[in-house]
Design a binder for this molecule. Structure first.
Ligand SMILES: N[C@@H](CCC(=O)N[C@@H](CS)C(=O)NCC(=O)O)C(=O)O
Length: 338
């Protein structure tokens, strides 16, 4: 009994009980002076580097928003490009602090991989891309097709389920990287390319004649994509989770990259809490009072990041759809900042 209370007293005295004994990630990142963020190897709209090595995309903006929350500087990110197969090992080994790479939240990934999903940055689903010349209008006409797919993805499993469920035969041709998969499809090694629909749009832009290819109407799975952190550090889990929530809540509250300074002066109670002019919510996360405005200043609210990278203001031109806010017909919903 005595020993237990001594340990407890010590833990309280050192502040360990408040944040959990393993709340080391934030400290490691601060000591390093840089967030290490795992992204894809190049997926327009989500994460891709230009010829100078500047990364842009929705997944990239999540990394920048986290860096802004920690350092007040969205450029303090080291982007680590990862294939589908290598992404989880990089997180487990500590090479990256967070994985922000079009990764689907599933039960097995949430448990056996020793990681936690922190939310959904993009509600997606799996689809099929075919050449228009194939004259196919529905995925149900794909019996006996050859299908190009990337290994180490949920895509492979859904493909098998869909063809089996519809009593159709198919031949899988699998590759380790997106580039190889798309090249194989373009060169005619397979009839179909299957992936998350957002990725079909992104990869189609890389083809010589994007207009020669069509995304079939069927969406055969749920692919909620979101950032992932390692098990065992609840403080870091909270920071990544609430960075995303802050972006979604900012959109709902009407706070934009442009008006953020003006809105910070507001008397509205919910804005005062978010901006830290009332209470200490930022500090409770292990961050600073101005954590919310740092995030919005750096990348804008969720809607702005969506539009710029994958939505109406981007080359992809994807409609908000499910990714609209809950009060605008979509299912993007963040808990309140209070
Ligand atoms: N969301 C699915 C698929 C993710 C995935 O890796 N898709 C490929 C299909 S194109 C991709 O994005 N590759 C990009 C890369 O390898 O850099 C998952 O989490 O398993």
């Amino acid at each position: 009994m005595k020993r237990v209370s001594l340990v407890l007293t010590l833990a309280l005295a050192t502040g360990l009980s408040a944040q959990g004994a393993s709340a080391q990630t934030l400290k490691t990142i601060k000591d390093r002076g840089m967030l290490s963020c795992g992204v894809s190897q190049g997926l327009p709209g989500f994460s891709s580097p230009d010829d100078k090595g500047n990364w842009t995309g929705l997944d990239v903006d999540i990394c920048r928003a986290i860096a802004a929350a920690v350092f007040n500087d969205g450029t303090k990110v080291k982007f680590v490009p990862l294939s589908a197969k290598d992404r989880f090992t990089a997180l487990q080994s500590g090479e990256i602090d967070v994985l922000s790479r079009n990764t689907t939240w599933t039960l097995s990934r949430d448990t056996s991989l020793g990681a936690n999903f922190t939310g959904v940055t993009y509600y997606d689903g799996q689809g099929f891309l075919v050449k228009k010349s194939l004259k196919v209008n529905s995925a149900l006409e794909l019996n006996s097709a050859s299908v190009c797919v990337q290994t180490g993805t949920t895509t492979e499993q859904n493909l098998a389920d869909y063809f089996k469920g519809n009593n159709m035969k198919y031949e899988v041709i699998a590759f380790a990287s997106a580039d190889e998969t798309v090249k194989a499809y373009e060169s005619g090694r397979c009839d179909v390319f299957t992936s998350d629909v957002s990725q079909l749009y992104a990869e189609r832009l890389k083809l010589a004649n994007p207009a020669d290819h069509v995304v079939l109407p069927e969406v055969i799975s749920k692919e909620p994509l979101g950032p992932m952190v390692r098990h065992g550090d609840d403080q870091w889990f909270d920071i990544v989770k609430w960075t995303l929530f802050a972006m979604v809540d900012a959109e709902e509250l009407g706070v934009t990259q442009k008006n953020v300074d003006e809105m910070a002066k507001s008397d509205k109670p919910e804005l005062k809490r978010a901006f830290g002019t009332d209470g200490n919510l930022g500090e409770q996360l292990g961050l600073t009072k101005d954590w919310f405005s740092r995030i919005v200043k750096s990348v804008g609210n969720y809607g702005e990041a969506f539009d710029r990278n994958v939505g109406a203001g981007s080359k992809l031109g994807i409609a908000r759809g499910l990714n609209n806010l809950w009060n605008k017909g979509g299912i993007q919903y963040a808990p309140p900042i209070r």
